[in-house]
Design a protein around this ligand. Structure first.
Ligand code: HEM
Length: 302
């Protein structure tokens, strides 16, 4: 579906795509080092973490995609408007239905930080559509980069069957994430921005990362609160693991010993990256119905 022929462009220091990468470098590292993302990199994400993450992502993408749709003709949005290739909302809804059932809308919970993020997206959708590129970049290019790897880790950690509750990570309209990222960067660079607006976009990108970091931190806080509440309610570990599906999943993931070669250094070398996972399972892998070939690994990183 990548209809545009990708022209190889030489990036210069003044290109928006380069500047945005430079100004967000430090907060990217901080985002990677949040407890939630570290759990991902260790390969020990839990079902509770993933479900809560999906709830927040749903709210965020709903607001982001509404803002992009309603400003799709704006000169700063039109070049980076790729709903067919990138839109995540529908996938998130299906994933949520998979985990929470048909009445998932009544069940989803989001922390205060997610509400702040959503508020900001709605506000700029109304008042500063030229800043939307910063938010679209932060989420979509992130999803097309580390996100692919996170999909595989989620599948492996939770022992999910191919595609089950994992549609968020899959981009059927993007055959090559790296080529698509190149196209996206060249489109970003074609946006005409005066000095002040450009500065505004760069500041907004840093803010977008900050908002994501706050969401991850708040999610983690919510999880520890949920855990301590559950602990005080539950009389014994045996009962806990046999009476609830939610807690059964925690029990399963607790038995996983996972070592991942997703060390930050490796991921940032721009070279071919493999994930190698050693597991100690109480059950054989097949019982978890694992199909590890569902997500394609980019062969090279741009
Ligand atoms: C486990 C956590 C993460 C890992 C391992 C990771 C890894 C990566 C990798 C390997 C790249 C490609 C780097 C390159 O092409 O130079 C990348 C790019 C990117 N990531 Fe992450 N990432 C993580 C979390 C995040 C988060 C939480 C966000 C934002 C919410 C994010 C946003 C981005 C963006 C926007 C890019 C594109 C950079 C560019 O090409 O300009 N990442 N990430």
């Amino acid at each position: 579906m990548e209809t545009q022929k990708i022209i190889s462009v030489e990036l210069t220091d003044s290109d928006l795509s380069e500047q945005i990468k430079v100004v967000t470098k430090d907060c990217h590292v901080r985002a990677e080092n949040t407890e939630l993302m570290l759990a991902y990199q260790r390969g020990d994400i839990t079902m509770e973490q993933y479900k809560l993450l999906l709830c927040s992502l749903h709210e965020i993408y709903q607001a982001l995609e509404e803002a992009l749709d309603s400003n799709s003709n704006h000169s700063c949005v039109a070049p980076i408007y790729f709903p067919l290739e990138l839109a995540r909302l529908e996938s998130l809804e299906k994933d949520l239905e998979h985990f929470y059932g048909h009445n998932w809308r009544e069940k989803i919970v989001v922390p205060a930080a997610t509400k702040r993020y959503v508020h900001r997206l709605r506000q700029i959708g109304k008042d500063n559509p030229e800043y939307l590129v910063a938010h679209a970049y932060t989420r979509y290019l992130g999803d097309l980069s580390g996100g692919t790897v996170l999909g595989r880790i989620t599948q492996k950690s939770l022992g999910l069957k191919s595609g089950e509750g994992l549609l968020f990570f899959s981009f059927p309209g993007v055959s090559s994430p790296n080529r698509f990222k190149q196209l996206y960067r060249s489109r970003m660079n074609s946006i005409e921005l005066n000095h002040e607006d450009r500065k505004g976009v760069l500041d907004e990108a840093v803010r977008a990362f900050e908002l994501n970091i706050q969401v991850f931190d708040d999610l983690q806080k919510m999880l520890s609160e949920m855990k301590s509440e559950t602990k005080s309610d539950m009389p014994s570990k045996m009962e806990r693991e046999s009476t609830s599906e939610k807690l059964h999943m925690t029990g399963c993931t607790r038995h996983l010993t996972t070592h991942s070669k997703l060390a930050q250094g490796e991921l940032h070398t721009h070279t071919h990256t493999h994930t190698h996972t050693i597991r100690t399972l109480k059950k054989p892998m097949t019982e978890f119905g694992s199909n590890l070939n569902n997500f394609s690994f980019p062969q090279e990183r741009s």
